[in-house]
Design a protein. Structure first.
Length: 162
Protein backbone atom coordinates (compact mmCIF):
# COMPACT_ATOMS: atom_id res chain seq x y z
CA UNK A 1 0.00 0.00 0.00
CA UNK A 2 1.25 3.47 -0.85
CA UNK A 3 2.22 5.89 1.89
CA UNK A 4 -0.15 8.68 2.93
CA UNK A 5 1.08 11.73 1.06
CA UNK A 6 -0.62 14.24 3.38
CA UNK A 7 1.57 13.22 6.34
CA UNK A 8 5.17 14.28 6.87
CA UNK A 9 7.91 12.07 8.37
CA UNK A 10 6.67 12.85 11.90
CA UNK A 11 3.04 12.07 11.04
CA UNK A 12 1.87 15.69 10.97
CA UNK A 13 -0.68 16.77 8.38
CA UNK A 14 0.70 18.76 5.46
CA UNK A 15 -0.27 20.01 2.04
CA UNK A 16 1.52 17.99 -0.63
CA UNK A 17 4.19 19.90 -2.57
CA UNK A 18 3.24 19.55 -6.25
CA UNK A 19 5.72 22.12 -7.59
CA UNK A 20 7.90 19.47 -9.28
CA UNK A 21 4.97 17.84 -11.07
CA UNK A 22 4.21 18.53 -14.71
CA UNK A 23 0.99 20.30 -15.57
CA UNK A 24 -1.08 17.72 -17.41
CA UNK A 25 -4.74 17.28 -18.26
CA UNK A 26 -6.44 15.48 -15.40
CA UNK A 27 -10.01 14.29 -15.21
CA UNK A 28 -12.14 12.49 -12.62
CA UNK A 29 -15.62 10.98 -12.59
CA UNK A 30 -17.54 10.26 -9.37
CA UNK A 31 -21.01 8.97 -8.57
CA UNK A 32 -23.55 8.75 -5.78
CA UNK A 33 -27.22 7.94 -5.23
CA UNK A 34 -30.13 9.26 -3.24
CA UNK A 35 -32.58 6.47 -2.44
CA UNK A 36 -36.13 7.56 -1.65
CA UNK A 37 -39.76 6.50 -1.65
CA UNK A 38 -41.22 6.09 -5.14
CA UNK A 39 -43.73 8.87 -4.33
CA UNK A 40 -40.87 11.24 -3.56
CA UNK A 41 -39.16 10.45 -6.85
CA UNK A 42 -42.45 11.03 -8.68
CA UNK A 43 -42.89 14.36 -6.87
CA UNK A 44 -39.38 15.51 -7.85
CA UNK A 45 -39.74 14.41 -11.47
CA UNK A 46 -43.14 16.13 -11.79
CA UNK A 47 -41.54 19.43 -10.75
CA UNK A 48 -43.97 19.83 -7.84
CA UNK A 49 -41.50 19.78 -4.93
CA UNK A 50 -42.17 22.66 -2.50
CA UNK A 51 -38.69 24.14 -2.95
CA UNK A 52 -38.76 24.07 -6.77
CA UNK A 53 -36.56 22.46 -9.43
CA UNK A 54 -34.70 19.84 -7.39
CA UNK A 55 -32.65 18.47 -10.29
CA UNK A 56 -31.54 21.88 -11.58
CA UNK A 57 -30.63 23.21 -8.16
CA UNK A 58 -28.69 20.02 -7.34
CA UNK A 59 -26.66 20.36 -10.57
CA UNK A 60 -25.77 23.99 -9.80
CA UNK A 61 -24.95 23.16 -6.15
CA UNK A 62 -22.59 20.39 -7.29
CA UNK A 63 -20.79 22.67 -9.71
CA UNK A 64 -20.43 25.40 -7.09
CA UNK A 65 -19.12 22.89 -4.55
CA UNK A 66 -16.47 21.55 -6.92
CA UNK A 67 -15.16 25.08 -7.41
CA UNK A 68 -14.84 25.52 -3.62
CA UNK A 69 -13.42 22.12 -2.68
CA UNK A 70 -10.18 23.66 -1.40
CA UNK A 71 -12.23 25.69 1.10
CA UNK A 72 -14.00 22.57 2.41
CA UNK A 73 -11.23 19.94 2.44
CA UNK A 74 -8.31 21.40 4.42
CA UNK A 75 -5.32 20.07 2.46
CA UNK A 76 -6.69 20.36 -1.09
CA UNK A 77 -5.00 22.72 -3.52
CA UNK A 78 -7.10 25.48 -5.10
CA UNK A 79 -7.54 24.52 -8.76
CA UNK A 80 -8.49 26.45 -11.87
CA UNK A 81 -11.06 23.94 -13.07
CA UNK A 82 -11.63 23.86 -16.81
CA UNK A 83 -14.79 21.76 -16.65
CA UNK A 84 -17.32 20.60 -14.09
CA UNK A 85 -20.34 18.66 -15.25
CA UNK A 86 -22.99 17.30 -12.88
CA UNK A 87 -25.78 15.02 -14.08
CA UNK A 88 -28.79 13.89 -12.06
CA UNK A 89 -30.90 11.12 -13.52
CA UNK A 90 -33.84 9.11 -12.20
CA UNK A 91 -33.30 5.48 -11.24
CA UNK A 92 -36.76 3.89 -10.91
CA UNK A 93 -35.22 0.59 -9.76
CA UNK A 94 -33.65 2.27 -6.70
CA UNK A 95 -36.06 4.19 -6.50
CA UNK A 96 -34.20 7.46 -6.42
CA UNK A 97 -31.71 9.63 -8.23
CA UNK A 98 -28.27 8.79 -9.60
CA UNK A 99 -25.74 11.64 -9.53
CA UNK A 100 -22.49 11.81 -11.49
CA UNK A 101 -19.89 14.56 -11.61
CA UNK A 102 -16.97 14.99 -13.97
CA UNK A 103 -14.21 17.48 -13.19
CA UNK A 104 -11.31 18.46 -15.42
CA UNK A 105 -8.21 20.58 -15.03
CA UNK A 106 -4.84 21.14 -16.63
CA UNK A 107 -2.59 21.33 -13.64
CA UNK A 108 -0.14 19.70 -11.25
CA UNK A 109 -2.62 17.77 -9.11
CA UNK A 110 -5.73 15.69 -9.68
CA UNK A 111 -9.42 16.54 -9.47
CA UNK A 112 -10.79 13.48 -7.66
CA UNK A 113 -11.78 15.51 -4.60
CA UNK A 114 -13.58 18.08 -6.76
CA UNK A 115 -15.66 15.38 -8.48
CA UNK A 116 -16.43 13.68 -5.15
CA UNK A 117 -17.35 16.98 -3.51
CA UNK A 118 -19.65 17.86 -6.41
CA UNK A 119 -21.50 14.54 -6.06
CA UNK A 120 -21.72 14.83 -2.28
CA UNK A 121 -23.16 18.34 -2.30
CA UNK A 122 -25.56 17.56 -5.15
CA UNK A 123 -26.87 14.59 -3.13
CA UNK A 124 -27.17 16.71 0.01
CA UNK A 125 -29.06 19.34 -1.98
CA UNK A 126 -31.53 16.74 -3.23
CA UNK A 127 -32.07 15.64 0.36
CA UNK A 128 -32.55 19.22 1.55
CA UNK A 129 -35.01 20.09 -1.18
CA UNK A 130 -37.14 16.96 -0.73
CA UNK A 131 -36.87 16.30 3.01
CA UNK A 132 -40.32 17.78 3.67
CA UNK A 133 -41.76 14.89 1.66
CA UNK A 134 -39.37 12.11 2.74
CA UNK A 135 -36.99 12.34 5.71
CA UNK A 136 -36.08 8.67 5.22
CA UNK A 137 -34.03 9.28 2.06
CA UNK A 138 -30.56 7.71 2.03
CA UNK A 139 -27.42 9.11 0.43
CA UNK A 140 -25.26 6.17 -0.61
CA UNK A 141 -22.58 4.83 -2.89
CA UNK A 142 -20.48 7.98 -3.23
CA UNK A 143 -17.26 6.90 -4.88
CA UNK A 144 -14.64 7.66 -7.50
CA UNK A 145 -15.41 5.84 -10.73
CA UNK A 146 -12.49 6.92 -12.85
CA UNK A 147 -9.52 9.26 -12.97
CA UNK A 148 -6.91 9.97 -15.57
CA UNK A 149 -3.77 12.05 -15.88
CA UNK A 150 -0.81 12.62 -13.64
CA UNK A 151 1.96 10.34 -12.37
CA UNK A 152 -0.33 7.69 -10.94
CA UNK A 153 -1.94 7.14 -14.35
CA UNK A 154 -5.40 5.85 -15.07
CA UNK A 155 -7.78 4.39 -12.48
CA UNK A 156 -11.15 2.76 -13.09
CA UNK A 157 -13.29 1.35 -10.25
CA UNK A 158 -14.47 -2.23 -10.41
CA UNK A 159 -17.88 -2.35 -12.09
CA UNK A 160 -19.33 -4.63 -9.39
CA UNK A 161 -18.12 -2.63 -6.38
CA UNK A 162 -20.41 0.04 -4.98
Amino acid sequence: MASLTHLDEQGAARMVDVSDKDATTREALAEGRVAMARETLDLILSGNAKKGDVLGVARIAGIMAAKRTHELIPLCHPLMLTKVEVEVSPDPALPGLHVTARAKVTGQTGVEMEALTAVSVACLTIYDMAKAADRGMRIEGIRLLEKSGGRSGHFRADAGAA
